[in-house]
Ligand binder design. Structure first.
Ligand code: ADP
Ligand code: MG
Length: 324
């Protein structure tokens, strides 16, 4: 468990991380997302003390990171960077074994560990163990980067945009590897990205950051269905080509052709219910009554209202296509 309590990071007088508080659970795949400069890398690097925090505290398993021996802390937290940080003139095995070597593992244990890890990512150990890293493709190198972070079996792995330089197919395949490894090996992963689709693919929970602050923390579903504010909505709109805000019945009530007050009702719905709920209700009843949360009044909605609403949406969409 990693706990941030009111953490600040200042450069001169500017806070680049501001009053940051949250808990990352053990075994969780936690994604930090936000635009460039929002403080993601700074937040990540404060966990393994590559950057010192200015105020507040970060604890791992209830113990403040400043109370850990620094070397011990770093060795027990795996770290994967965007720019492949392998040593190009060393072999795959030598790269994987950097931390186990420092920890002075037995030779046999190290050999077996390389075999096991390469097998886990479908790279034949006998083919790849002695290859120079510089002879591998970018995707293979980053796969070794991931394996290397796992080598000494750390409980926590930090990843800073590790796949952002890869082509989409290689990226997907590495995302699948990492998700599977995380589940099999039960690691806590803190993963930084600026790619919303990647965050959705990977994260158990996602934290949306902006200018050093948290805009929203939740599962992908929670964030997609209930974006907390305009920043998150805009981030979803620009980051996901097929994103559509979920419309609610209130969107229909806002139309000027809905005005009839209702006395009798065949079905009752709340204005915050989805349009899907309204469609289902109207398939069973020619009209339904809705209590409007905004005006407090009760209004009657008919099938005609719904069809008219959908038709207008379609026309707006068609008109918008040309504007790209
Ligand atoms: P992200 O990873 O989200 O792109 P960073 O955490 O790298 O953002 O940076 C957050 C902010 O802190 C940026 O505005 C950046 O310019 C600033 N920053 C980062 N490192 C330093 C530094 N060493 N000195 C001054 N400002 C810095
Ligand atoms: Mg960064």
């Amino acid at each position: 468990m990693i706990t941030f309590e009111n953490v600040y990071k200042y450069y001169d007088d500017t806070a680049v991380v501001e009053d940051f508080s949250l808990t990352i659970n053990e075994g969780e795949f936690f994604v930090l997302i936000g635009p460039s400069g929002s403080g993601k890398t700074t937040t990540l690097k404060m966990i393994n003390q590559l950057i010192d925090l200015s105020k507040g505290s970060i604890s791992i398993e209830g113990k403040k990171i400043s109370d850990y021996n620094l070397q011990e802390l770093r060795w027990n937290i795996g770290y994967v960077l965007q720019q492949i940080a392998l040593f190009p003139n060393m072999t795959v095995e030598e790269n994987i074994l950097i931390v186990p070597e420092m920890k002075k593992w037995e030779k046999d244990k190290m050999h077996d560990r390389v075999t096991e890890l390469l097998e886990r990512v479908d790279m034949d150990p006998e083919t790849y163990r002695d290859r120079q890293v510089s002879d591998l493709s970018g995707g293979q190198q980053q796969r070794i980067g991931v394996v290397r972070a796992l080598a000494a079996d750390p409980a926590i792995i930090l990843m800073d945009e590790p796949f952002s330089a890869l082509d989409p197919i290689t990226k997907n395949s590495l995302q699948e590897d990492v998700t599977r490894l995380q589940k099999e090996l039960k690691k806590t992963i803190v993963f930084v990205t600026h790619d919303m689709q990647e965050a959705i693919n990977l994260g158990d929970r996602i934290c949306v950051m902006n200018e050093g602050q948290i805009e929203q923390v939740g599962t992908a579903e929670e964030i997609l269905k209930h974006p907390a504010n305009d920043f998150v909505k805009e981030f979803l709109r620009t980051g996901l080509p097929h994103y559509k805000e979920e419309k609610t019945i209130q969107d229909v009530l806002n139309k000027d052709y809905v005005f009839e007050k209702s006395e009798t009702s065949q079905a009752d719905l709340d204005s915050e219910a989805s349009l899907d709920d309204l469609t289902i209700a109207l398939s069973k009843h020619p009209q339904v009554t809705v209590s409007s949360k905004e005006s407090g009044s009760r209004l009657l909605l008919t099938r005609e209202h719904l069809v008219r609403y959908y038709a207008e949406e379609l026309e707006t969409e068609k008109a918008g296509v040309g504007n790209g």
